[in-house]
Design a protein around this ligand. Sequence first.
Ligand code: GAR
Length: 210
Amino acid sequence: MNSAGGFRLGILGSGTGSNFVAIADACASGVIPARVSVVISDVEGAGILDRARERGLPSRFIAPGKFRTKLDDVAEQAFVEALQQAEVDLVVLAGFMRILKGAFLRTFENRVVNIHPSLLPAFPGTASWKQAIDHGAKVTGCTVHFVDQGVDSGPIIAQQTVPVREDDSPESLHARIHAAEHALYPRCIAAIARGEVRIEGRRVRVKGAD
Ligand code: GAR
């Protein structure tokens, strides 16, 4: 952790930023013993940047480069530098829709977390709520995990189940998953900030979780 100023979060997002709002509010109310030191988006004009600005939090767009699903080397370096300048202790992916690889993950080893809208390892990738309906799953949910070199494959910190209803549309199911995410993600980040989370190979031990 940084010696001065307490535990710092760097948030990356590409979308509306509802998870970011839940996290920022939990920091402001003291539920998460940390502060948001920077919010970065790969999408110019993304809602998450507006939500950050409304809260007076430092935010910026960084162009992702020429690829569709990952950052190019120049962009990756710009993301790393911005996060280092903000002295972040933990990188929090909140709807960040690009895969992070090599140099980025080496720089922030075991310090990048993600929320995914399914019970991993089921339904990795995109539109997981739609995948759950198309598959006929009766239960889905959300997963908070550390990010490793794979896609949605890192060690799992916590999961929350969400029922799939007969009459669910992709939108109604995603709304229910979103509500579960807004409770689960701040709880996990608070536990990490308090030093209560330990990685042991594939297993993640969370103090007081049993
Ligand atoms: C969330 O449902 C999150 O789980 C998902 O994007 C949404 C972002 O919503 N992330 C992924 O699918 C990552 N593969 P938000 O911008 O309102 O927080």
